[in-house]
Design a protein around this ligand. Structure first.
Ligand SMILES: Nc1ncnc2c1ncn2[C@@H]1O[C@H](COP(=O)(O)OP(=O)(O)OP(=O)(O)O)[C@@H](O)[C@H]1O
Ligand SMILES: [Mg+2]
Length: 141
């Protein structure tokens, strides 16, 4: 069995850079469009990748997002170095956020990113520790 993706798009995400924040997920969106992927699937991936990207920008020291295309699914991997998530159950709770006041002034910190990523995915996994966080999300085609 060959479980390598047919295609992989990878983006480096810089911590605290609100000028370029969102560029990675908009590139993923246009790449998926050019592959002719269904618009509903693209919308779900766009939400998931944007929230993952913003979490790397806001809560980590930097990382990468990979978008892997398979015959029957899209797998989005978000990996960062950073402090990690101390309590995953709490972080998954709607409305829970550790975002600072200055980040909230930019419109982030509703505590809805992770719950929405889960909501729009078919499978959602987090591994996190004091060195960083890795989130793997699957959306079936
Ligand atoms: N990559 C990450 N590294 C470390 N902590 C994270 C990471 N992603 C999320 N968290 C923690 O989990 C909390 C909840 O994340 P979530 O994305 O749901 O909300 P938020 O980013 O605070 O606000 P919103 O996404 O609504 O703007 C964050 O406030 C933060 O404490
Ligand atoms: Mg968030």
């Amino acid at each position: 069995m060959n479980n390598r993706p047919l295609k992989r798009y990878s983006y480096r995400i810089i911590a605290n850079d609100f000028m370029v924040a969102g560029k990675g997920s908009s590139s993923i969106k246009s790449n998926l469009k050019s592959l002719g992927i269904d618009a509903t699937i693209i919308r779900r991936i766009a939400i998931i990748s944007y929230e993952a990207e913003m979490n790397i920008v806001i809560h980590s020291f930097g990382g990468k997002i990979h978008c892997d295309i398979y015959e029957n699914k899209i797998v989005l991997i978000s990996e960062d170095t950073g402090p990690g998530i101390k309590d995953v159950d709490l972080a998954m709770t709607e409305g829970y956020s550790t975002a600072t006041e200055s980040v909230r002034e930019l419109g982030f910190g509703a505590g809805m990113g992770l719950p929405n990523m889960k909501k729009y995915s078919d499978n959602f996994e987090i591994t996190t520790g004091s060195e960083g966080t890795r989130i793997t999300v699957t959306v079936y085609l």
